[in-house]
Design a binder for this molecule. Structure first.
Ligand code: AFP
Length: 323
């Protein structure tokens, strides 16, 4: 069976030449990252880097390697005006004529690296509308402005999942030719859910609304929902959202009373917005208890946000528990 390659797909779907170079640049560097991940301990690249990132989290060696690889790859592309990374304190200027800004989480779920479990690279492409030189303010656009968003999941197979605002498409890396080939062009999230995804160990720190919602899910057939739910948690948003794009369900990382000023763990510009764009493009919903995430006007590039996403009806039910 003949499958479209990623470049063929982008050309067929009239993605602008500039945007194609950005997506293809990210795809190319993801192959290098996947090869580094596959070598693992043999290359001496597992374990801590011995530094903290701007988020106050301990960096893994592979966080630093992936960050440097993506930064360098994007800096070479004339279409890229500037980049912002979860691992960098400040935005980095690139080409003065570039039309796009790129934000990325180089290795989401990096606590999984040392246990040989799933991780991913998440990216978001925004139009550049400001003037030179590029500054943080230029990046502070609602997620709805994204020209493209996607992720690469480094799992048993390497997959690139992409939206340019016209649905969601999945590509699988052919490891013989290092080419991404189209494997699913009709990604769609069913409106009802049978599965939920949350870090249950934080239960006592959630809002009353979230505690009550989750306890009703757990009560299953015997509770007010009159239905049994299954639970999954990979501890890498990229893998949990991939499961939702493949077989449905609800994912949430809620507000947590331990750090009330942080409004949640997940980052708006590197995680919630790009994954939210994909989920909405697949027919799902993406909310905080207050409103749609893609409508949030960001205040700073490292802003955090509570996230409730996935099956449209289930997300609405969860939000209603907060009223
Ligand atoms: P790391 O990349 O620092 O491992 O964090 C991953 C993440 O931001 C997100 O991908 C997961 O959903 C979430 O954190 C996992 O958080 P827990 O540590 O609470 O399981």
């Amino acid at each position: 069976m003949s499958r479209s390659t990623l470049p063929e797909f982008l050309a067929q779907h009239h993605v602008t030449a500039d945007l194609q170079t950005v997506i293809l640049g990210l795809a190319e560097v993801s192959v290098t990252i996947s090869q580094a991940l596959a070598k693992g301990a043999l290359a001496g690249i597992l374990g801590a880097a011995g530094a903290e990132n701007v988020q106050g989290e301990d960096q893994k060696k592979l966080d630093v390697i992936a960050n440097d690889l993506i930064k360098d790859a994007l800096a070479k592309l004339p279409a890229v005006r500037g980049v912002a990374s979860e691992e960098e304190t400040d935005v980095l200027p690139c080409h003065t004529d570039g039309r796009y800004l790129v934000t990325f989480d180089p290795l989401d779920g990096s606590s999984n690296i040392d246990i040989n479990s799933m991780v991913g690279t998440i990216f978001s492409v925004l139009p550049h509308t400001g003037s030179a030189p590029v500054c943080e303010q230029d990046f502070l656009q609602p997620g709805r402005n994204q020209a493209a968003a996607g992720y690469v999941l480094y799992g048993p197979s390497v997959m690139l999942v992409l939206s340019t605002g016209n649905g969601v498409t999945m590509f699988t890396l052919d490891q013989d030719s290092n080419t991404y080939l189209l494997t699913d062009a009709e990604v769609s999230i069913p409106a009802d859910a049978k599965e939920f995804s949350i870090n249950m160990s934080n239960q006592r720190h959630w809002t009353a609304g979230m505690q009550s919602y989750i306890s009703d899910l757990i009560a299953g057939k015997d509770g007010p929902r009159s239905k049994d739910f299954n639970m999954r948690w990979v501890a890498a948003m990229v893998a949990d959202v991939h499961r939702i794009l493949c077989r449905g369900g609800l994912f949430t990382y809620p507000w947590d009373s331990r750090k009330p000023e942080q409004a949640g763990k997940l980052r708006l510009m590197y995680e919630a917005n790009p994954m939210g764009f994909l989920v909405e493009q697949a027919g799902g919903e993406v909310w905080t208890p207050e409103g749609k995430i893609l409508d949030i006007q960001p205040e700073h590039i490292h802003q955090r946000v509570p996230v409730i996403l996935g099956a449209a009806n289930e997300v609405k039910t969860c939000v209603d528990y907060h009223k």
